[in-house]
Write a protein of this length. Structure first.
Lengths: 137, 480
């Protein structure tokens, strides 16, 4: 998995990585679900396209992860695949595949309640792209 | 960032001088020991950041349970001028109107010693808890809108409790100005099935015994006596409150760009109180506050039912009466004295409790001579304090005080530290029965993860911003 945890008193800090911005966004979505649930087989999958806006790169990353998190917190769905179709500083279009959360086969690892702006960042690093987010848990 | 200039004012207060873009100084309520324990916690820097917000009045405050939040520190209090100031969703927090209520009973601790394990099990079965827990009821859109407008009153009208309960709920369990049209479809959706649920994380329901009385007159007025059994409930507005905060944070970050306002932390995103975005947020926040009050009212009702059934006693014999219900994540329009002159302000309490003085009309009549009851829950298995509001809080801290023990360790640190330990056993050794839905919750919530509650309470007591009335010890606890 392309992420790493860092400590914050009340909450959970995560650093995400990707060699390109597309990869960073795709990895971050899957990493978020890796933190959320331990999912075996996921059934009843559906594919949808989401388009998210932001005022800049960081705002875009926060809004995008909010949308991904809502999939679980609002719709009780588990992400299984994510592909970035288009991305620039202010808009991202992603194709996401998900299935219903099933308490009998899936286990919740960490409850993640919200994506915060506190210390959030997205930027190019020598290795590629890095995004930092503190989640409210 | 420039070096912060902090000076000790007295035994209980530290002052941060205004520098850079700070509009007012910062004042921290703390003690030498708590300051030392805080280490490199970022909360003083967050007090500084809050001092940058437009229209902030007098000073940016932090209570002794302060710890690193996002945007505002947890334990932060700030008041804004209604004409020139702002409202910040991050200054209220995600769990809007997260709060506590305490119920007293006619039972003595000896009477429940034997049935206690069964009682805790019955509570665990009857009170929905845990991650994403859904309740016994599912609201129609029409009914949900009523909850959002009427708060605890809606629950009472449905038969969850009695009208008397409302008399001892802060603001009678309803915030004016709630407009369900200001909520997104997502917020409405998340509110449908979670009413009447405890939630997870630090939320809990605890059976406690009154262990020590500090102020006999106040304790008598609050109906507290040594050896008596009481119940504390800590819960909030669940997913609905989170969605309201999230929706408005996103809107306000956009709005800040349009206003050309630049702040040290985006999580502080705000809107002028006198603007459409500001008014919309307050109307939506009121809905979430009302949802939380209805939620705690229902949880209390099921607690009463469970006590009756598990102990085989009548409601009269148990006599479970609501002592008080306080919110500790909220922004409210209040009239408070500033340098002796009454002003209408928007007071943000982010992990802080209102602490109104004796004689104030907002204090229930039966407590008016004493001051508003302030409920301070501790960490798991420790117990709670009951305090009373004071004149000094009214004049000095915008009628506010601390809200709890305050985190010292991150959840990850706590989990690491508790590795290889049977937290259940540790609790049992202390004489506390604990039941939890989540596997990780107990580890994350070990007592060492929190500041010493006694230290926190001592500071607010010595500083005179609330006074100690009683201390309660934990007997049994259910957690999400």
């Amino acid at each position: 998995m392309h992420y790493r945890l860092f400590d914050h008193t009340a909450d959970l800090g995560v650093e995400f990585f990707g060699s390109t911005r597309e990869e960073l966004f795709a990895h971050a979505a899957l990493a978020l679900f890796d933190l959320l649930v331990e999912a075996g087989e996921v059934r009843d999958t559906e594919t949808r396209e989401v388009r998210i806006d932001g005022t800049d790169g960081t705002d875009l990353f926060v809004n995008y992860l909010r949308e991904i998190l809502y999939l679980f917190n609002g719709e009780e769905r588990v992400l299984t695949a994510c592909r970035i179709l288009r991305i620039d500083d202010r808009q991202v279009t992603a194709e996401i595949r998900s299935g219903r959360f099933d308490a009998s086969r899936h286990r919740i690892r960490t409850e993640i309640k919200a994506v915060t702006y506190h210390l959030a960042s997205v930027g190019k690093s020598p290795q590629g792209w890095t995004g930092r987010i503190i989640f409210d848990v | 960032m420039s070096e912060m200039k902090m000076t000790k004012l007295d035994e209980n207060r530290w002052r941060i001088e205004p520098a850079g873009g700070m509009r007012v100084p910062g004042i921290l309520y703390s003690s030498e020991r708590l300051m030392r324990d805080m280490g490199n916690d970022e909360s003083p820097q967050q007090v500084v950041n809050v001092a940058h917000l437009p229209g902030i009045v007098k000073y940016s405050l932090a209570m002794p349970d302060m710890h690193w939040g996002y945007g505002f520190p947890i334990g932060g209090v700030a008041a804004f001028d209604t004409a020139t100031g702002v409202v910040s969703p991050g200054g209220v927090g995600y769990d809007i109107n997260c709060g506590c209520r305490m119920m007293t009973t006619k039972l003595n601790a000896d009477e429940i010693r034997k049935p206690l394990p069964d009682l805790v099990t019955a509570l665990f079965q009857n009170i929905p808890s845990g991650i994403g827990s859904t309740g016994a009821i599912k609201l129609s859109q029409k009914e949900e809108r009523k909850v959002l407008r009427d708060g605890a009153g809606w629950a009472v009208a449905q038969g969850y409790g009695t009208p008397e309960d409302l008399e001892t709920t802060e603001d009678r369990g309803v915030m004016a100005g709630a407009d369900p049209d200001k909520l997104s479809p997502r917020a409405m959706e998340r509110g449908k099935a979670q009413l009447g649920t405890l939630g997870s994380g630090n939320h809990f329901l605890e059976i406690e015994v009154v262990e020590e009385i500090y102020d006999p007159t106040a304790a008598a007025a609050f109906g507290l006596e040594p050896g008596q059994v009481a119940v504390m409930i800590h819960s909030g507005s669940r997913g609905l409150g989170y969605q309201v905060c999230d929706d408005y944070l996103a809107r306000m970050v956009k709005h800040m760009g349009e206003l050309g306002l630049s702040l040290p932390d985006r999580q502080l995103a705000c809107a002028y109180l006198d603007s459409q975005a500001g008014r919309d947020y307050l109307a939506a926040m009121a809905c979430a506050a009302n949802y939380a009050w209805a939620n705690r009212q229902m949880l209390m009702h099921w607690t009463r039912e469970t006590f009756e059934k598990a102990l085989g006693k009548s409601p009269r014999e148990i006599g479970m009466r609501l002592l008080y219900d306080v919110c500790h994540n909220i922004a409210k329009i209040e009239t408070l004295p500033v340098d002796g002159i009454p002003r209408t302000l928007c007071v943000h309490r982010k992990g802080a409790t209102r602490a109104y003085p004796p004689g104030h009309m907002a204090v229930p009549e039966r407590y008016r001579k004493i001051g508003q009851p302030v409920l301070i829950p501790g960490d798991m298995g420790t117990g709670s304090y009951v305090l009373a509001g004071t004149d000094r809080a009214y004049r000095e801290t915008f009628g506010s005080t601390c809200h709890g023990a305050g985190r010292l360790m991150s959840r990850a640190q706590a989990t690491k530290m508790s590795k290889g330990r049977a937290v259940h056993r540790d609790m049992a050794d202390r004489g506390v029965i604990v039941m939890a839905s989540g596997r990780g919750t107990l580890r994350e919530e070990i007592p060492e993860a929190y500041k010493n509650l006694e230290d926190v309470v001592e500071v607010v007591h010595r500083a005179g911003i609330s006074k100690k009335v009683a201390r309660l010890r934990s007997l049994g606890c259910i957690k999400g």
